[in-house]
Write a protein that binds this ligand. Sequence first.
Ligand SMILES: [Cu+2]
Length: 133
Amino acid sequence: MNRTTSHLRRRAAAALALGIVATVLAACGGGDDEPTATLPPATVVREVPVEMTSFSFSPEEFRFKNGDVVEFRLSSRDIEHTFTVKELGIDWRIRGGGTGNRTFTFTTPGEYELVCTIAGHEAAGMVGTLIVE
Ligand SMILES: [Cu+2]
């Protein structure tokens, strides 16, 4: 992860925390239906569910805009799998039957190969594509 990505991720986390505080404040506001705080406009977190199973990713193609902050909501339907994009330094492992949320900020346009690095899975067709426009 480069410094810029790390910085953006911290900003995203801070913005999320702000959003939670704003929601709580609004809920406790007693009759005031308007939220009292707004998120910084640059921070948009997209939530993307991904199911991993032997031997595929669903979906198998992802399209993002450069600058997107994406929260991947990973789940394994059967055995252990990884969500690995070597060129971007992404290597997330999800245990069999498990779930995990991982956030990444895309800062370099391109087309990237997604694979599962568990032995034999890539060869069995557990591959995908990430496109950053
Ligand atoms: Cu796998």
